[in-house]
Every structure is written in C-alpha cells, then in structure tokens.
Design a binder for this molecule. Structure first.
Ligand SMILES: Nc1ncnc2c1ncn2[C@@H]1O[C@H](COP(=O)(O)OP(=O)(O)OP(=O)(O)O)[C@@H](O)[C@H]1O
Length: 243
C-alpha cells in the first residue's frame, strides 16, 4: 500500500471571539492510500472543514505530523510547503473560492500558473479536459457571476483536478448540485482516484455521497472514528472496474 496522506496525532484548535479556545481536532490519525477514497462525516460545527484545511496544508496543525506524498510537512518552511500543496493537492472549497474577474477556464488554469512552467498549449488542453470532465466545456468563457451555484462548484472541482494531484480534498463537493449532476461529479472524483491512483477525502453531510467512498469516518469529539469499512474485495472490484 502506498500512503498518499498520513496524519499522526494531529491537533488543531481555534480561538473564539469570546477568547475561549476550542479544541476541534484533538487526536486525529488517518492514512489514505493511493486509489482510496474516504468520507468524513460529523455534526455541523464538529470541525470537519478545520480538519480538511490542516490535511490540505492550508493551516498548520498545533501538534502532530502530516505526511503528504512521502514528504513530512512538519519540517518544511512556508515556501516548500506551498509548493508541495500546489503540486500534490487539489482542494475543493466549500464556498468554491473562484476569482470573480476571471472566467471559468482562467479559474481552472490557475494551479498550472504556479510551479514548473507548463506550455500554453498544454494549459489550454488540460483546462479544456478538466472542464469537459465536469460537463462545463461550453461555459469556459463565463465569469462566476454568470454561472449558477452548481456550475461554480463544478468549476472549483475542475480547478482541483487540473494538475493531476495525488491528493484531492473536497469540502461538501456536491452541496449545490442536483442528484444527476452530483452523480456525475462524484463519478469524476472517484474515477480520478481509481484511474490515476490519487487519494480522495470528501467532507460531506450527504449519506449517499459518503456511502460511495471506500471508507466512512466520523469526526467525533475531535477524533476520527471508523464508521464503515467495506470488504477489501469490494474496494478492489470497484477500482478495477474504473481502470
Ligand atoms: N478561524 C476560526 N475562528 C473561530 N472559530 C472558528 C474558526 N474556524 C472555525 N471556527 C468554529 O469552529 C467550529 C467548527 O467549524 P468547522 O467549519 O470546521 O466545522 P464543520 O464540521 O465543517 O461544520 P459544517 O458541517 O457546518 O460545515 C465552528 O463552531 C466554527 O464557528
């Protein structure tokens, strides 16, 4: 098993406006293998998004160790950390975080503008492929305000996948989508993990979404508790069916 993401005894708290400290993530241990998908569920406000930002190297843990694609991030300075984040991780934000002055294609292409230079022709081809994968090939020139919430969410997913990340972290990736579109987007996300050997972590409130992942973990009192682990044969079957 090749581990793409390893979190060991990770802790993360936030300072409330009242000055009180809230320890949301208290002892998280998690290993996600290449080709594996994991759902994180839990009640609203339990710290799922906070955990995802720590796993995605967007904020540092208070304690503990996170290893991504074999790199121990605890010892990395800010620049190598952001280079690793940009190169290895695709993040789908709950609020999409699209840039309003850029069209869909330009938003999707953003991760390709950082790190090693990608030739313009390849940028255009990869952007078009990513938009087509989420069913938005026709909307490449639309600005976020010209797109529905669900379309914006799909642009955000295309942006997360455009660089072929080894780890995809998605915060409520189907929250704004109807059932048919959510199905298609989930198939894209799980297809990427299975075909390209990426690891996928999805935060969701939606039971049906959670059940489509290989494992379901619940964040409870700051600890991840295993809710469902399918038989290994079922995971293997699903992976080989997607190749
Ligand atoms: N930077 C911050 N400063 C203060 N409080 C914060 C901060 N980030 C999160 N919180 C609080 O921590 C709690 C957990 O937030 P978080 O967004 O991680 O939960 P969640 O499980 O993802 O919730 P939901 O399912 O509703 O999206 C919430 O009460 C939130 O208000």
């Amino acid at each position: 098993m090749t581990a793409v993401l390893v979190a060991e005894d990770v802790h993360k708290g936030v300072q409330l406006a009242s000055g009180r400290r809230l320890d949301l993530v208290r002892a998280v241990n998690l290993t996600v293998a290449a080709g594996e998908s994991v759902a994180v569920v839990g009640r609203s406000g339990s710290g799922k998004s906070t955990l995802l930002t720590v796993l995605g190297l967007l904020s540092r843990p208070d304690r503990g160790r996170i290893t991504v694609a074999g790199r121990d991030t605890a010892t990395l300075g800010d620049r190598p950390l952001s280079a690793l984040r940009n190169g290895a991780i695709g993040f789908v934000f709950q609020n999409y975080s699209l840039l309003a002055h850029l069209d869909a294609a330009e938003n999707v292409a953003l991760p390709l503008n950082h790190g090693p230079r990608v030739p313009g022709r390849e940028v255009r081809a990869r952007t078009a492929d990513a938009l087509a994968a989420v069913g938005l090939a026709e909307r490449a020139r639309s600005r976020p305000r010209q797109l529905s919430g669900g379309e914006q969410q799909r642009v955000a997913i295309a942006r997360a996948l455009v660089r072929d990340p080894s780890l995809v972290l998605a915060d409520e990736p189907t929250g704004a989508l109807d059932t048919a579109t959510a199905d298609r987007v989930l198939a894209t996300l799980t297809g990427v993990t299975a075909r390209r050997g990426a690891a996928l972590v999805v935060v969701t409130h939606d039971r049906e979404v959670a059940m489509r992942m290989d494992r379901v973990l619940r964040l409870e009192d700051g600890v991840l508790v295993e809710e469902r682990q399918p038989a290994a044969s079922a995971v293997g079957e699903r992976r080989s069916a997607c190749v």
